[in-house]
Design a binder for this molecule. Structure first.
Ligand code: AMP
Length: 602
């Protein structure tokens, strides 16, 4: 048998990687550049299976001999091994792992152990996941590769977007971006959110220079670590540069909705600052104040135009405020899928006719896929996997037939398959092997294969796998909760109320256990209406275990608790205080707090 040694494919992969570097760092004329990066992606996606085998080879080659891999490979020499044989060997020797399995290794790195534990290159920076999907923040390795892939996916996605929505060179982006606190670990490593590391990296500047699109706010605003002050300044500067703004963006849609909720409250103050060239006393951080004051100057005409728009818009509950204030903007760009769907309605309200383009799919662990169809409505968006970024495996998930005795509806997991073997319509849990030292790492996201772009799968994000509501045999995920809340909030909307945010809790301290859903709402509605919302939500959980348990009263009726206005801002503040960043924030959909002082509607 002819053995394909790892060296030759690695050279090919290296060439593909180098091509990617060229297109990400040397874009000349914009059209040329876009053509180059799109043809690069065409080429890697056509050869996705081979590129994946070689990506794995490269990761293992680079990190040969690190402690984690030695545990499974022993002293086996992999350098001369055939790439395909190595791929099978890897899957047979290295077990699937979760964050908990990596935690002791990452902790040692955080504590200052510089031995090659996960990667040969020392890890000097750690990322903190937002912690709002799993309830606690995870520490993960971050390397230069992480910033490079962020730049790369940004430019790739931008090339596809510009085919549909071309933007003016030299224009500005009103970006609601925020850094987290930068913490030092016991061993002296910097820890912060992955987006914070990216904004601080050379790649962020390269992105601006090469795409010739500049963020409205200076670094001092992004790095203020006081998100209310940063939001005020983002809005103020966005309005000062109103005619240059080509798009409005954020990482997750939540930040844009949050920013416009702030605008509804603070627009008069912002207008007064624009009129007089002053800066509100809300901005207390000296560096932020100085940086913004250096940019602004009195603009009374602009202020009175904005004021007129705001007065008029206020009367229509701020419908379409975004295109009215930024008439040259071509679209709004942000992650709008998954846990961001509940904010889509509000975002559409603010954006009116302005297209909403849903952004790419990634996580603190690594980038996964790019949205190649910017025209698709956010609800239908899928993500083409980028096969050079990580080595991807897919655990097939098959819904168990409903077991009428136990009432369980779960998944039967099959053996993980490589990217080349996924099937359209099948659901999978994603497994990543990354250049940053994660090996067969279960991400916990469930995706469905929607189709293919050349040889690479296009994924629909379905939900995170963790159960967030379970009392006994019932099993409900964030997605199930989201659907129930959507139904309930339709009733609320019918009576003029608006859902601001929500979370939930499985109450098991008292028998029978039951679900509690917490709502923050806007507008006055009668108790009777809330009772109806509550009933609709209770009936919307279709999980068999829940339905059976409700019928037999082993789970009690769902309770709806209305929380005080501003409660969810306090939740946000709490997470930000613990190192999260507004840009990566996702409201936790499950909470374990006390609720004795809250009024339930059952
Ligand atoms: P974090 O690492 O805490 O910032 O969160 C990453 C998680 O956010 C992913 O594992 C997904 O669950 C979710 N996520 C990221 N991008 C998207 C997207 N485009 N659509 C839906 N969910 C996403």
């Amino acid at each position: 048998m002819l053995l394909r040694s790892l060296q030759a494919p690695l050279l090919l992969l290296q060439r593909l990687m180098e091509a990617a570097q060229v297109v990400t760092s040397n874009g000349n004329a914009d059209g040329d550049y876009q053509y180059e990066i799109i043809s690069w992606f065409d080429s890697v996606s056509k050869n996705a299976a081979m590129v994946q085998t070689e990506t794995l080879g490269q990761i293992l080659h680079l990190n040969y001999g690190v402690e984690y891999l030695k545990k499974w490979f022993g002293d086996m020499k992999i350098q001369d091994m055939d790439a395909c044989a190595l791929e099978s060997l890897y899957a047979s020797l290295v077990p699937l792992a979760s964050h908990a399995d990596f935690e002791p290794f990452i902790q040692r790195i955080a504590d200052g152990d510089t031995a090659p534990i996960l990667t040969q290159q020392p890890i000097t920076t750690l990322s903190l996941s937002s912690g709002t999907t799993e309830g606690r923040q995870k520490l993960l390795p971050f390397t230069r590769h992480s910033s490079q892939t962020t730049l790369h996916i940004y430019r790739l996605a931008a090339a596809y977007r510009s085919r549909v929505y071309p933007i003016r060179e030299g224009g500005r982006i009103l970006e609601f971006i925020y850094s987290s606190k930068q913490l030092k670990t016991k061993g002296g490593l910097t820890a912060g959110t992955a987006t914070t590391h990216y904004y601080a990296s050379e790649e962020f500047n390269i992105k601006q220079e090469k795409t010739k699109s500049f963020t409205c706010s200076p670094q001092e605003v992004i790095f203020g670590v006081a998100y209310k002050q940063s939001t005020y300044c983002h809005l103020l500067l966005g309005l000062l540069f109103w005619d240059e703004v080509e798009l409005i963006a954020s990482t997750f849609a939540y930040s844009i909705v949050q920013a416009f909720a702030t605008f509804e409250e603070q627009w008069e103050e912002i207008c007064s600052d624009i009129k007089d060239g002053t800066l509100s006393s809300r901005i207390t951080l000296p560096r932020m104040r100085k940086a913004v004051l250096d940019i602004i100057s009195p603009s009374p005409c602009l202020a009175s135009q904005i004021e007129a728009i705001c007065r008029d818009s206020k009367a229509s509950n701020w419908y379409g405020i975004v295109p009215r204030l930024w008439p040259n903007a071509k679209y709004v760009y942000s992650i709008m899928t998954g846990s961001m769907q509940p904010y889509l309605k509000k975002l559409k309200h603010y954006a009116a006719s302005l297209p909403l383009v849903s952004a790419d799919y990634g996580s603190t662990e690594g980038w996964i896929g790019v949205n190649l169809d910017p025209c698709l409505p956010p609800e239908d968006v899928n993500f083409a996997v980028i096969p050079t970024f990580s080595y991807f495996e897919f655990i097939p998930l098959n819904k168990k037939k409903q077991d009428l005795t136990s009432g369980t509806v779960g998944y039967i997991e099959d053996e993980p398959v490589p990217l080349s073997q996924v099937k359209i319509g099948q659901e999978y849990e994603l497994v990543l092997t990354t250049f940053t030292g994660l090996y067969r790492y279960r991400l916990g996201d469930v995706v469905e294969v929607a189709g293919f772009h050349n040889g690479t799968p296009k994924l629909n994000f379905i939900f995170r796998r963790e159960l967030i509501l379970t009392v006994n045999i019932d099993k409900n995920t964030e997605n199930d909760l989201q659907l129930a809340v959507e139904r309930g909030s339709e009733v609320l909307n019918k009576y003029g109320g608006e859902l601001v945010d929500f979370t939930s809790h499985a109450e098991v301290m008292h028998q029978p256990g039951h679900y509690m859903i917490y709502w923050e709402i806007k507008g006055e509605v009668e108790e009777r209406v809330l009772g109806e919302c509550c009933g609709v939500m209770d009936a919307s959980f279709v999980d068999h275990g829940y339905v059976v348990s409700r019928r037999t009263s082993s789970i009690g009726p769902l309770e709806l608790c209305i929380v005080e206005t501003g409660t969810f801002n306090k939740v946000l503040d709490y997470f930000i205080g613990n190192g999260a960043a507004l840009g990566q924030f996702k409201t936790p959909r499950s909470c374990f707090g006390q609720h004795n002082d809250l009024e339930p509607y059952t």
